[in-house]
Design a protein around this ligand. Structure first.
Ligand code: OGA
Ligand code: NI
Length: 355
């Protein structure tokens, strides 16, 4: 049940009623005009091996003997890339494998069964699509299942799939594991930025977390569609797990799209808009998008770790010091409402918050 005293992310947002992609596409070989994206093949993509996404070893971060070297690496990854691969993160294989298997099973269910967990009017939680704000905008070649996982009292368990039977347990467990990893990373990020730990722990108190499970069906005309439009994440820190071997995440670097090749078992971490603002732009919330595979489906699970709904987000005084604040301060509830009420469009919202 929804706890009415808790404001939920994605609630009270005006969204036109949208059908899932699965419901609107009868034959994937015939791409309806709303899904055709000329930029999908027009924008330059960096070739293999041009540069490598930084790899951060979580166990080294935790280990005193190595911590300084690895922390410096983490700092550069956040400042120069805004993205990194996290290895040896300690999330048990079992928790990841169960989550992956249940996600794959859920998306295999007949449409009618998935629709039992469909988004309700004016909410983004559940099965469907997000960021659809008008009847004539272009659409992404993807379906999603978005669920609020933390704090516990914000869970709307009716929208958590009851099939497969283990889904709810798998997600609870996965959510808890990822929350711990995110909490440690946030602590280390605060340290690297020279912020008092209490400051971050107040902003990220109770560690709100939302999970967006992305399902990208194959499309024979893959180079004409996009899985997820270019965007930055409205979170503090995102941890993404690619579910199968199919790649498709691109990040913007030096004007090019740069394909990410996840290492086995790694989590892809990225800085979200909130940390960019708090750090006064020292850390970057980098634009990214996903592309579609012609033959195989792709799935991913993004865990977004955000601040408390009522926190004020603005450049932190310790970071700004004598320099200029580069962003306006905004209440997080207001920010997220603005984030979800426009279509995904690169850095447009972030640019509007710049001073
Ligand atoms: C997201 C996202 C990337 C992917 O869900 O915000 O950027 O690889 N996903 O699915
Ligand atoms: Ni994203």
């Amino acid at each position: 049940m929804v706890n009415p005293s808790v404001q939920r992310l994605g609630s009270s947002i005006d969204v036109p009623s949208v059908q899932s992609l699965a419901a609107s596409i009868a034959n994937p070989a015939h791409v309806p005009p709303r899904y055709v994206r000329p930029e999908a093949k027009a924008d330059p993509v960096a070739s293999d091996g041009e540069s490598e996404l930084p790899v951060i070893d979580f166990s080294r971060l935790l280990h005193h003997r190595f911590s300084r070297e690895e922390s410096t690496k983490l700092h550069h990854a956040c400042a120069d890339w805004g993205f990194f691969q996290l290895i040896n993160h300690g999330v048990p294989d079992d928790a990841m494998e169960k989550m992956k298997a249940d996600i794959v099973e859920f998306f295999k269910l007949p449409l009618e069964e998935k629709k039992a967990f469909a988004q309700l009017p004016n909410s983004l939680e559940g099965y469907g699509q997000a960021f659809v704000v008008s009847d004539d905008q272009k659409l992404d070649w993807a379906d999603m299942l978005y669920l609020i996982t933390r704090p516990h009292q914000s869970r709307n368990i009716d929208l958590w799939p009851a099939q497969p039977l283990t889904f709810r347990d798998s997600l609870s467990c996965y959510s808890m594991e990822l929350k711990s990893v995110a909490a440690t990373l946030l602590e280390l990020i605060a340290k690297n930025l020279g912020i008092a730990p209490e400051e971050f722990s107040t902003i990220f108190q109770d560690q709100p977390q939302g999970v967006r499970i992305n399902y990208y069906p194959p499309c024979p005309r893959a180079d004409e569609v996009l899985g997820l439009s270019p965007h930055t994440d409205g979170s503090g820190l995102t941890l993404l797990l690619q579910v199968n071997h199919v790649e498709g995440l691109h990040i913007k670097k030096g004007g090019n799209w740069f394909p990410v090749k996840p290492l086995p078992g790694a989590l892809i971490a990225n800085i979200g808009d909130i940390i960019e603002i708090l750090s006064n732009g020292v850390y970057k919330s980098v634009e990214h998008r996903t592309i579609i595979n012609a033959k195989e489906e792709r799935l991913s699970i993004a865990a977004f770790h955000g601040p408390r709904e009522d926190s004020m987000i603005g450049p932190l005084a310790e970071i700004v010091k004598g320099c200029e604040s580069k962003y306006v301060s905004i209440n997080y509830g207001e920010f997220i409402k603005a984030y979800f009420s426009v279509k995904l469009d690169g850095r447009r919202l972030m640019d509007s918050l710049k001073l």
